[in-house]
Design a protein. Sequence first.
Length: 79
Amino acid sequence: MALLRLAALGALGYAGYKYYEKSQRKNQAFAPGQAGGSNFSQVRDSGPHAMADKPSREWTAADETVDQSFPASDPPSNY
């Protein structure tokens, strides 16, 4: 019975730690070293090197063009 309680307490602790860790990630879109301090307009650099999560497929020229034009409202001219 004590082993079961210990396992339940460990699972609860692990869930709490994951929740805490998730709530501490403020700049989820930024790779380490990419966030720009206390600027109100946080915009990351373009390209897969500046992403927190690496792309799951090959990064194409169209992906790069769209990523470079992100804050703008106009579509890229070479798309």
